[in-house]
Design a binder for this molecule. Sequence first.
Ligand code: 3PG
Length: 402
Amino acid sequence: VGTLGEADLKGKKVFVRADLNVPLDDAQKITDDTRIRASIPTIKYLLEKGAKVILASHLGRPKGVTPKFSLKPLVPRLSELLGLEVVMAPDCIGEEVEKLAAALPDGGVLLLENVRFYKEEEKNDPEFAKKLASVADLYVNDAFGTAHRAHASTEGVTKFLRPSVAGFLMQKELDYLVGAVANPKKPFAAIVGGSKVSSKIGVIESLLAKVDILILGGGMIFTFYKAQGLAVGKSLVEEDKLELATSLIETAKSKGVKLLLPTDVVVADKFAADAESKIVPATAIPDGWMGLDVGPDSIKTFAEALDTTKTVIWNGPMGVFEFEKFAAGTDAIAKQLAELTGKGVTTIIGGGDSVAAVEKAGLADKMSHISTGGGASLELLEGKPLPGVLALDEALYVPRKL
Ligand code: 3PG
């Protein structure tokens, strides 16, 4: 994709689409500012080059104008991180926005109100996209987390602004989630977890074509066990995915991928933080019990396999890590990946729950890359092109060697 250095920025009005969709509590306080912090390098770079930044984002999934989805609560944090007063616009299009944009000094930042206050945003309405674009000279998309959406501010707007390039965060996400995966230092291992195999089929299939080792964990393993004829007690099973599980095992075999399923599991008498629990072999899950984490033998086997790798990608927890009693498997992976990073292994945490697990373990700064996208990183790992990336200049992404 086209990059920032190529454009002449002095005095230019740059429409920056960021993903500032951060969680807010009931008092409208930001509970996790990761996405704001991740957007700062691009904005700072533009300001240093003398550009005027018109910053846009969505927040949540509002139906029309909804005060609790306003971007206003983000202004103090953004201002603090940028070291300047960010101006808040009352809207994302219209006369007032035009005036504020025109009055913006070089090196100034105007934050537009939630683009999803207009239904035209998600409809990718060309007229709306044109209005968004009308206040700017060029476009920078740094909203990796929203790049899987073909919306007006992520896709439509590029029809009216050239150049349209990727920001630093977008570039970094692509470097790791596309570049490192397409062109990995080998051996390359993937760890895929999560509760349902149905939501990870695409990712598993796509990674099976690339990895040397595939480690599976999380609730989805019970569908694999059942497909192999094992008893699974009350564990979560997707009955309609048994054949698929068998065929994924076959594919791994035929491609020479070392597939590791847990050999022991932590079972519980109920789905609760205070459940009774015990460790059993995967072949001996008792009636009436459910598996909620991988066991210590599995953790050891996984660790030995991971020790041989040069690149690891992780998507999805090993167990119900929200309950302390069933967090050991997930924590062990997080800890080991942090250690491997220190030894020069490329470690990539792709989206959603595994990111939360790494953050909970306090190891967020110990990985090569932690994705800011949930759905977007999943789609990218499935090998799907992202509309927000395709719309940029030189969209044909050439993986860079890391
Ligand atoms: C996310 O949180 O995954 C992105 O901000 C996209 O949000 P959406 O799923 O509401 O489009």
